[in-house]
Design a protein. Structure first.
Length: 142
């Protein structure tokens, strides 16, 4: 079994996205993270106790910053579009990507690419292009 400290960030982002999707229907952050992290693994007592900090920080951060993230995203949507009009998948991928871009040490282009990959995996190519178009507007060129 994979060591908690050696988890790939890509896998943990995917699990964070799954936890955020379940939280759209209410629930506890820790339980949502635990379920997303363990749902396809054989449970081990130590795994159940040690959820990766990266996963918890992403989910907690997006959850607590949701309104602020939505406001920022709304400013970069085409005229006539609102965040409420987006699918839950797109909203949560955009929130997750934007939060990681602004609050983590992840390079911005990596965070955008990872969000695009989530969109490809959980939606379709059109959604991936949309996510790319919105998040690319937040990239700061040095």
């Amino acid at each position: 079994m994979t060591d908690v400290l050696l988890e790939s960030r890509r896998d943990l982002r995917e699990r964070a996205f799954q936890a955020l999707m379940s939280l759209e229907y209410d629930g506890d952050v820790i339980e949502a993270c635990r379920f997303a992290y363990l749902h396809d693994r054989e449970p081990k007592e130590e795994q159940e106790m040690n959820l990766p900090a990266f996963l918890l920080n992403l989910v907690n951060g997006v959850r607590t910053s949701k309104a602020d993230l939505d406001d920022k995203i709304a400013q970069h949507l085409k005229a006539g579009w609102t965040v409420d009009r987006l699918t839950l998948v797109e909203k949560n991928i955009l929130r997750l990507g934007l939060y990681e871009m602004t609050e983590f040490d992840t390079p911005q282009l990596v965070a955008v690419n990872e969000a695009i990959e989530l969109a490809k995996n959980f939606s379709d190519e059109k959604s991936a292009r949309f996510v790319n178009g919105v998040l690319s507007q937040f990239v700061m060129i040095d």
